[in-house]
Design a binder for this molecule. Structure first.
Ligand SMILES: C[S@@+](CC[C@H](N)C(=O)[O-])C[C@H]1O[C@@H](n2cnc3c(N)ncnc32)[C@H](O)[C@@H]1O
Length: 212
C-alpha cells in the first residue's frame, strides 16, 4: 500500500532510486518559454535538481514534498541557505537569494493557487490508480486556466509492483483532457537492464505537454 508513511520510510532508508543528480534532459528540451517571474509548481518534487534549473530560468518555483529529509538534502546538496515558516500543517522553506521554495507536507493539503505552469516528473506515476483522478483535480485547481504542463510518465507491461506505476496513454488523456499531447517517448528497456524482466516487452518513458 502506497501511503505517506511508505514514502517517508523510503527516504529514511535511502531507497530513492527515482532521484537523478543531473537535470532531466526532457525538461531542458521541452520546457515552454515563459516570462521571467512565472509561477511554476513542482508537485511531489523530492530533492530534484530540476527545481534549481527552473529557478535559474527566473521563474518563481514552488516544490511540494512530504519528506523533511528530502528538503534538508535538497538545500544541503545545493549549498543553499533557507528560512522556514510554519503554515498550518505545512512548512514553507524559502531559499535565500533564489525564487524557490519547498512546501513540506502532503500535496493534498496544499491549497495555494495561481500557478502559470506545472512540471510533473515521477509524480503522477508515484500515485496509486485509485488516487490519480483526485491528484489531477487537486493539481488543476492550483493552476490558472491557461497553464502550461510538462508531464513525464511511464508505460510498461509485465510484472509491476510500482511505484513507479505504469499509466497508459488513454488514462493520461482521460485524466488531463484532450489538450494534452505526447511530444516524445523512449523505450528504456534496452538502455538499462534494471528495467528488464522476463515478462516485459516495453518500458517506455513518455513526455506530454499542455500548451495553451
Ligand atoms: C517518485 S518520487 C519523485 C520525486 C521527484 N519528482 C523526482 O523527479 O525526483 C515521488 C516523491 O513524492 C513524494 N510524495 C509522495 N506522496 C506525496 C504527497 N502526498 N505529498 C507530497 N509529496 C509526496 C515522495 O516523498 C517522493 O519524494
Amino acid at each position: 500500500m502506497v501511503t505517506n508513511e511508505f514514502w517517508l520510510e523510503r527516504w529514511r532508508t535511502g531507497r530513492i532510486g527515482f532521484h537523478r543528480d543531473e537535470v532531466n534532459p526532457w525538461l531542458v528540451q521541452y520546457w515552454p518559454s515563459l516570462a521571467r517571474g512565472a509561477k511554476v509548481l513542482v508537485p511531489l518534487c523530492g530533492k530534484s535538481s530540476d527545481l534549481l534549473w527552473l529557478a535559474n530560468q527566473g521563474y518563481e518555483v514552488t516544490g511540494v514534498e512530504l519528506s523533511s529529509l528530502a528538503v534538508v538534502q535538497f538545500f544541503g546538496d545545493n549549498d543553499l541557505t533557507y528560512s522556514t515558516q510554519q503554515d498550518g500543517d505545512l512548512k514553507i522553506h524559502s531559499a535565500d537569494g533564489l525564487p524557490l521554495k519547498i512546501v513540506e507536507g502532503d500535496f493534498f493539503q496544499f491549497h495555494e493557487g495561481g500557478f502559470d505552469a506545472c512540471y510533473d516528473r515521477a509524480a503522477l506515476i508515484a500515485i496509486p490508480d485509485y488516487l490519480r483522478q483526485e491528484y489531477v483535480e487537486h493539481l488543476m485547481q492550483r493552476l490558472i486556466p491557461s497553464a502550461h504542463l510538462l508531464l513525464v510518465t511511464l508505460s510498461y507491461d509485465g510484472e509491476s509492483s510500482g511505484p513507479p506505476f505504469s499509466v497508459p496513454d488513454e488514462e493520461v488523456v482521460s485524466l488531463w483532457g484532450n489538450t494534452i499531447h505526447k511530444v516524445a517517448s523512449e523505450d528504456l528497456l534496452q538502455l538499462d537492464e534494471r528495467y528488464q524482466s522476463d515478462s516485459r516487452t516495453f518500458y517506455e518513458e513518455i513526455v506530454w505537454r499542455i500548451n495553451p
